[in-house]
Structure formats: C-alpha cells, structure tokens
Design a protein around this ligand. Structure first.
Ligand code: DOR
Length: 305
C-alpha cells in the first residue's frame, strides 16, 4: 500500500486530492457522486462578505482545449453559506476549505471576520486574490505583492490557516508568492485561470456575457502553465507549501504538479465532464504509486530530478 496522507503547512489531510474552488459548488453538491470524507478536502466556491449576483450569462464556453468561464463570483455570502450550505458538508464528513474574495481589502476583512468561530470541519481558508472576472480585471490583488500582503494581513480574523490563491497572469507570481508567505499565508494555491477571450465567428460577438472582460481559461490547456508556476515558486521558496491546480485529470497530471513542488492538488474542470473526477484521480494516483512501489505519496513532492 501507499500512504496517501499529506501535510499542507499545519493542515494534515488523508489524501492530496481535493476539489478546486468553483467546481464543487458552495455545499455538498458532489456528495451524490463520491464520498466527500474520503477526499483530501472540498474547496468551496469563493464567498464574499455579502451576497453577490455574479456576471451576466452566458458564463461558460467550451473551447477546443479547455473551458472559459466568467461566472463573476456569484455567491450567497459567508453568513448564509454557514447557515445553509456548510451543515451538509459537515454531515458528509468533508474537510472543508472555505474560499473568500472581496472587491476591496475591507471586503476581505469582513469575509474573514464572518468566518470567525466556524466549526472544526473548516480546516483552512483559501484567500482568492486572483479571479480574472471582476471589475478589477487586469489589476488584481494577486498581480501586486503589496496588495497581496495587505489582504493577507486583513484576513487573520478567520482563525484558520490561510492559503493564498494566486494568478498565472503575471510574471511576478514568484515574488507575489513570497509576499503572501511573509504576510502570513501558510501555503499558496497555484494557479487560478488564465485570462482568455472567445469570439463567435458567425455572430461576431463575444462568447461570454461579460463582454470585453473575456473569461478565465481552465482545464487541459493550462496544465503546463500550472506546472511551470508551481515549479518556479517551489524553486524560489522551497519551504512554502503549494497546492497545485490546473488541468489535473488523472494520476499523471497530478504527479507532474507534485514533482514540480506541490504538496496537494485540486481537480476542477475535469469535474464538469465527470462529477466523480476527484475520487477517480485519487484512486488513480494511489494505484500509480503502488505499481511503482512508492511507499508514501508525500515523497513525490518536489521530487523532480
Ligand atoms: O476563473 C475564475 N472564475 N476564477 C475565479 O477565481 C472566480 C471564477 C468566477 O466566479 O468568475
């Protein structure tokens, strides 16, 4: 057998495979398809302090090699989520990672404060600094080390280890990861979606409803981008735990991110084609290790020769 437990900073998980934010809903939507308690964790869609309506439809477009989305962070807000969604996740035995976002530093502060006193089922908080589908557009918190540090300093009140979710849309991501760690992030989640745009050639119009803002590209198309960012951040900050995300669809794509330096991985876009993808990747990964006589999946982390 291969030991599947891992540590992401101070958070111990029974498996390195978790859902990616935005692909598992706000609650136990995926519980019908797999045992959520057997996954490493369930990362919920980003929540703001207040309810938020998100962007106009259409919000997703299936491109040739990946998926574009401009959901625009629709959500019920932290308080309603705690009351209406979290109990089902707790009942399913999931370890929950709450994702939070804001349009201002004060928004982040209020979202973190609204999480204070949450139950032990919430094992970490992923601070999403990198959604490309906001009015901030190209001027995201995660594109700037100082803005990133400011948000991390403002979110202590959540009372949980914080993971900073960073953007691949900046050449400064290695520097930003260091700033996040210095400001209190226990880990970084790499990467959010890659900025893209799709045009319908027949109607000559935008494919996504948010017009000139385009959308975020995910899935197979961005896997090498994620491997690159994880690799570069791990090299520069070898002691900083990394959660890898981007195009994980099977054991091989998960192992690539682990070897590049990730301690755990998230499965996102693959879930839309197969809602059981997270548990399938987990099983595949365990078999992959067993067939090679690898005694513990944790030893793959940073194992690139
Ligand atoms: O691609 C993304 N879409 N990344 C995010 O962080 C948020 C999401 C959305 O809701 O638009």
């Amino acid at each position: 057998p291969c030991a599947m437990d891992v540590e992401v900073g101070s958070v111990r998980l029974p498996s390195p495979v978790m859902t990616a934010s935005g692909t598992a809903g706000h609650g136990a939507e995926l519980a019908a398809y797999q045992d959520l308690s057997a996954l490493g964790a369930v990362v919920v869609k980003s929540l703001s302090a207040d309810p938020w309506p998100g962007n106009p439809a259409p919000r997703v477009h299936a491109a040739a090699a990946g998926m574009l989305n401009s959901v625009g962070l629709q959500g019920p807000g932290v308080a309603a989520w705690r009351a209406d969604d979290l109990p089902a996740l707790a009942a399913a035995g999931a370890r929950v990672v709450a994702s939070i976002w804001g349009r201002s530093v004060d928004d982040y502060r209020r979202a973190a404060e609204a999480l204070a006193g949450v139950g032990d089922e919430v094992v970490a908080v992923e601070v999403n600094l990198s959604c490309p589908n906001t009015e901030a557009g190209r001027d995201l918190f995660a594109h700037d080390p100082d803005a990133t540090a400011e948000v991390l300093a403002a979110t202590v009140a959540c009372g949980r280890p914080r993971w900073a979710k960073l953007s691949p849309n900046t050449p400064r991501v290695v520097e930003v990861a260091g700033a996040a760690a210095d400001a209190g992030a226990e880990a970084v989640t790499l990467v959010n979606t890659v900025m893209g745009l799709a045009i319908d050639p027949e109607t000559r119009t935008y494919r996504l409803g948010a017009g000139e803002r385009g959308g975020g590209l995910s899935g197979a198309a961005i896997h090498p981008v994620a491997v690159r960012v994880v690799h570069d951040v791990h090299r520069a900050h070898p002691g900083l735990p990394i959660v890898g995300v981007g195009g994980v669809a099977d054991a091989a794509t998960a192992v690539e991110l682990l070897l590049a330096g990730a301690s755990a991985v998230q499965v996102g876009t693959a879930t839309f084609a197969d809602p059981r993808a997270p548990s399938r990747v987990q099983r595949d990964l365990e078999h992959w290790c067993r067939r090679r006589g690898i005694p513990a999946v944790a030893e793959l982390t940073g194992g690139l020769r």
